[in-house]
Design a protein around this ligand. Structure first.
Ligand SMILES: Nc1ncnc2c1ncn2[C@@H]1O[C@H](COP(=O)(O)OP(=O)(O)OP(=O)(O)O)[C@@H](O)[C@H]1O
Ligand SMILES: [Mg+2]
Length: 355
């Protein structure tokens, strides 16, 4: 399996200001009597027991996280772990049972109906697994749809739609209808439609899971490129770990409605929190994800004359240099040596692979 994390511009995320999204103790319990569960020991019951005792389903349990401007925040987990529910509660497509949500400085829970529409039409856009294109409209009108709903004049919205179609490489398909396009192309139209309104936050619910693997990879590259070009903040749901590692700056792993680990790709692969996470990462080649940062040690006196590599180099990409040097390799950040890496460290890093 080929995994690379090159698309994640993680080191440029600025955390000095306010987060763009803040979820604070969010719960979603489907069914009646939800209020009898939250805050009681029963809230921690396994799903089946909770359902048997109270007849309700705890889809999201006490979830808190922050997403920073420009970050790609991935939500991962097995089917039924609560990913879609969680992301939908952020813009109240599903009403959370408890907890606080802030987007772009606004208290989402307190928004009126009109303000909520504003949030869904201007501040955020969502891309779904099934592209949800309007079959009787041309591609360009599909892309312009969000702007039409906003009341943007026709000439302006078509000009913007044409611009965004070019961004996703579909400028030649503007006048076609969705069913004349392949699945991958249709999802590009879905992406273009979401980008057209220039939202602050893009929410993706497994947008590529219906696509075949090669097209899927293309689309991941496309999202990486668009993210780098536009600096959009993204919340991206997937249950495919290579996809999560490629796209995510940070990944939240959900199980039974809870986040069991929230970490960078490297932290996840380097130190999985429990067996559930371990099972996800089992087939991931560690050397493709771990960087020199993860395996370096402090230099001993006289060890600073080896070849240098950026500290963000993956172990895989550093192996040839390290293997070919008698001296430990110096890991460099901002022009300074921050650690050294020798052959033993590389062997230890890859030792856990493929078992
Ligand atoms: N409207 C609903 N009413 C009752 N239970 C629901 C409802 N929507 C979701 N659930 C339950 O909540 C749990 C979480 O569902 P959710 O759709 O968020 O999972 P998911 O992680 O997105 O799964 P998938 O990967 O299959 O899309 C599941 O047990 C599901 O059955
Ligand atoms: Mg889902």
């Amino acid at each position: 399996m080929l995994v690379d994390t090159a698309g994640s511009p993680g080191d440029v995320i600025d955390r000095s200001g306010d987060p763009l999204i803040r979820a604070d103790g969010v719960w979603k319990i489907f069914g009646r009597h939800a209020d009898r569960v939250i805050g009681t020991p029963d809230a921690d019951l396994p799903r089946t027991e909770l359902r048997a005792k109270h007849g309700c389903v705890a889809a999201v349990r006490d979830v808190s996280f922050e997403v920073w401007p420009g970050e790609v925040f991935v939500v991962m987990g097995l089917s039924g772990s609560g990913k879609s529910t969680l992301v939908r509660t952020l813009i109240r497509l599903i009403e959370p049972t408890a907890g606080g949500i802030e987007i772009d400085g606004k208290n989402v829970i307190g928004l009126s109906g009109a303000e909520l529409l504003q949030l869904r039409r201007h501040t955020s856009s969502m891309v779904f697994q099934h592209f949800g294109l309007l079959a009787h409209r041309r591609v360009i009108d599909n892309v312009a749809f969000g702007l039409e709903v906003q009341g943007v004049p026709k000439a302006t919205r078509l000009a913007r739609a044409a611009e965004v179609l070019t961004l996703v490489g579909l400028e030649d398909c503007a006048n076609q209808f969705p069913d004349q396009l392949s699945g991958g192309m249709q999802q590009r139209v879905g992406l273009a439609r979401a980008f057209a309104v220039d939202p602050k936050v893009m929410l993706y619910d497994e947008p590529f899971s219906a696509l075949d693997p090669l097209i899927r990879r293309d689309m991941q590259d496309e999202v990486c490129r668009l993210q780098v070009e536009t600096g959009k903040t993204m919340v991206f749901i997937t249950h495919d770990l290579p996809e999560a590692l490629r796209l995510g700056d940070r990944i939240a792993i959900m199980r039974d409605g809870k986040i069991v680990q929230l970490a960078t790709p490297e932290e996840l692969v380097g130190s999985p929190a429990d067996e559930y996470v371990q099972n996800f990462i089992r087939d991931i080649p560690r050397s493709h994800v771990l960087t020199l940062q993860w395996i370096m040690r402090d230099p001993e006196p006289g060890e600073l004359d080896g070849p240098t590599l950026p500290v963000t180099t993956t172990v895989r990409n550093a192996t040839a240099v390290i293997a070919g040097s008698e001296r430990p390799v110096c890991a460099v950040s901002n022009g300074k040596v921050v650690g050294v890496v020798d052959r033993i460290a590389v062997l230890n890093a890859i030792a856990g692979e493929g078992d």
